[in-house]
Write a new protein. Structure first.
Lengths: 217, 114
């Protein structure tokens, strides 16, 4: 019996495809964001409000992942931008191969901003690089403020945490100061923005964050 | 539950390596960090379930779990993060960064030369 070293990542193949996607996005000046959260944290609503605020000339496209149904794609298609549903048929996360096939037929240089709504799940999407430039994790105030500690892997890889549904703060026992502290513990460098997709508070800051990325690319 | 997908990716990789080495693989070793988002027991279960139906069986999976360690940006000390306390135990700085714990990597294969 011989022991041979095997120094490579387990998800090497996904990482290779994600690398190809990232290279393509860079070449065409596309900013790609990967939105991750629990089911029901408001990813689709945030995307709806975001798309509604964009000029029709904005070159934005959306991929939305769900285990079943194309309900989200139908919701998002109302805003006039190209939207595709990725139905994983059971898989609890998107992977780079699914994104590659979903993008087929779209002109890569015609998209400046690609928003990917991952499957609602705070664990599994974490391990899968989709070639995104930044990861956005949503945490809504109807969830526990200790979620960053319960799911550190996900929050650790976040570039931005959107604290959503802040209009409900008067009605729920969510402590924003604790949530922020817990997020910082697992990711000291993360940016945070508080928003309400119902009242619209914070959405300007969120859009500015996107625009700053778009300008930098 | 993405451990099934991960186990499937592992078996694909081992199959390719087995062909490349022209050898029968007895065991594969992986490193799983505490922050990798992968549950070791679940991965072991999925791996054992999937491997049965392949010609790699019997194939053992050795999992080495790695804890969460941070490094201080001020004094450079490397320390184990316990109870989510990420501040530096030596100088008290809150400016610390991940040193290890997000691994999801192969480490080695044990092969029988044929």
């Amino acid at each position: 019996m011989t022991r041979v070293p095997m120094e490579r990542k387990v998800l090497n193949e996904n990482d290779r495809l994600a690398g190809e996607l990232r290279e393509g996005f860079l070449r065409h000046g596309t900013v790609c964001l990967n939105l991750i959260s629990s089911p029901g944290s408001g990813k689709t609503m945030l995307l709806e409000r975001t798309l509604a605020s964009f000029e029709p000339s904005r070159r934005v496209a959306v991929l939305t992942g769900d285990i079943q149904t194309d309900n989200d794609a139908q919701r998002l298609a109302r805003y006039g931008f190209p939207v595709r549903q990725i139905t994983t048929g059971g898989a609890c996360h998107l992977d780079a191969r699914m994104v590659t096939s979903a993008l087929a037929g779209w002109q890569p240089d015609a998209i400046d901003l690609l928003l990917i709504e991952n499957v609602g799940n705070l664990v599994c999407p974490t391990s899968y690089d989709l070639g995104e430039e930044a990861r956005v994790v949503l945490l809504s105030v109807t969830e526990g403020e200790d979620k960053p500690l319960k799911y550190p892997a996900t929050f650790h890889r976040a570039d931005l945490v959107v604290l959503n549904k802040v209009d409900l703060l008067p009605y729920v026992p969510f402590r924003m100061d604790l949530a922020r502290e817990y997020i910082r513990r697992v990711q000291p460098d993360v940016e945070m923005v508080e928003v309400s997709c119902t009242t619209g508070v914070g959405l300007d800051t969120w859009r500015q964050w996107i625009d700053a990325r778009a300008k930098a690319s | 539950m993405h451990e099934m997908s991960i186990a499937a990716s592992m078996l694909e990789a081992v199959q390719a390596e087995s062909t490349r080495h022209g050898a029968h693989v007895l065991a594969v070793g992986v490193k799983i960090g505490e922050l990798s988002g992968v549950d070791s027991e679940s991965l072991q279960f999925c791996f054992d379930a999937l491997v049965q139906d392949t010609d790699l069986a019997p194939l053992a999976l050795h999992i080495e779990r790695l804890g969460w360690r941070n490094r201080c940006r001020q004094c450079a000390v490397d320390f184990a993060v316990e109870e989510y306390r990420t501040e530096c135990p030596q100088c008290g700085s809150a400016e610390t960064e991940l040193a290890s714990g997000n691994e999801l990597e192969f480490a080695y294969m044990e092969i029988e030369e044929t």
